[in-house]
Design a protein around this ligand. Sequence first.
Ligand SMILES: NC(=O)c1ccc[n+]([C@@H]2O[C@H](COP(=O)([O-])OP(=O)(O)OC[C@H]3O[C@@H](n4cnc5c(N)ncnc54)[C@H](OP(=O)(O)O)[C@@H]3O)[C@@H](O)[C@H]2O)c1
Length: 345
Amino acid sequence: MKAGILGSTGYTGAELVRILIQHPEVELAFVDSRSYEHQPFEAVYSNLKGQAEMTAVSVDPENLPEKVDIVFCALPHRISQHKVILLQRQGIRVVDLSADFRLDQQSVYEQWYNTPHEAPELLEKAVYGLPEWYAEELKETRLAANPGCFPTSILLPLLPLLKENLVTGEHLVIDSKTGVSGAGRGPSAVNVFSQVNENVRAYGIGTHRHTPEIEQELSKAAGKSVTLQFTPHLVPMDRGILSTIVMPLPEGLTERKLQDCYQAYYDHKPFIRLLGTDTLPETKAVRGSNFCDIAWKADRRSGNLILVSVIDNLIKGSSGEAVQNMNLMLGLPEEMGLHHLPIWP
Ligand SMILES: NC(=O)c1ccc[n+]([C@@H]2O[C@H](COP(=O)([O-])OP(=O)(O)OC[C@H]3O[C@@H](n4cnc5c(N)ncnc54)[C@H](OP(=O)(O)O)[C@@H]3O)[C@@H](O)[C@H]2O)c1
């Protein structure tokens, strides 16, 4: 089967290239870039020297250079939707890594992203690309809206507990730490070395754009409206997300019951690793892999339940998850081509 990548020289695009050139069933048909047009891909990413013998081309979505089974859009939001519209008109399957098709409601998108949505009719067709929860729908769809990186790290530990009514969804306080690659490859005043090195800072309290997406999916699982307090932090590492989720511990909810619930949902899921209560997740344990590690603690002294999760934002938080979605959409085994073990240190 053949795949193409729009925005291949950004961070998520380059991870897609790295994963797909090792995929046993899918061949890369084209890698798109405006800025590096006509340049060999390995000249942009020297880690792929001798591995990705492809030249970047600037692709017109209405006139693709080759027939493909699927296209990944690894583009900024707003830019992406215009390309997706043109691809969908031709019936081409798309995994969109941007936020353009993640929200069910046009008005919520327009409010949080401060830009008009040009294809509200596609919002209904798009399937939220969290494969552990929407595998059956993903097998049928031609448009997967790949989740945000923070949402992936937060939804995977929370959804089973809300779905089973083990927690109420009230007073949810979430603290997430992310590495700098979460902001993409483009330089900005807040992500240059001297701003990030030896520094930790909170940002976007109450305003981060991943908030409505997390609330949307939690509300569906809970069967009622869920509101949360989400505080992301930028920390001086290249990649990785660690999320700590705190909520009141309901009476009678034991660590054993939590374990039973998680096992029921995730024991057969290839990329979820349940750490339980004795080992706490750390970002290096998933670095370079498609794993999400989850731990939980019932703290009777404070009366709180604490969940901790980690992912690699560029793999399980974007490109690995996107390939997992592609596998489902193309009828391939969900885990195919995604068995990269974590890199330590
Ligand atoms: N980074 C993460 O951890 C992460 C996680 C989950 C989701 N995402 C989402 O995935 C998408 C890609 O993220 P990324 O981190 O790979 O971003 P990035 O490193 O900034 O790359 C985006 C690429 O899009 C291309 N592009 C095409 N038209 C553009 C335009 N008008 N303005 C700017 N760039 C344009 C650029 O390549 P050319 O100039 O060469 O065409 C650029 O390299 C975004 O929507 C992001 O929100 C990112």
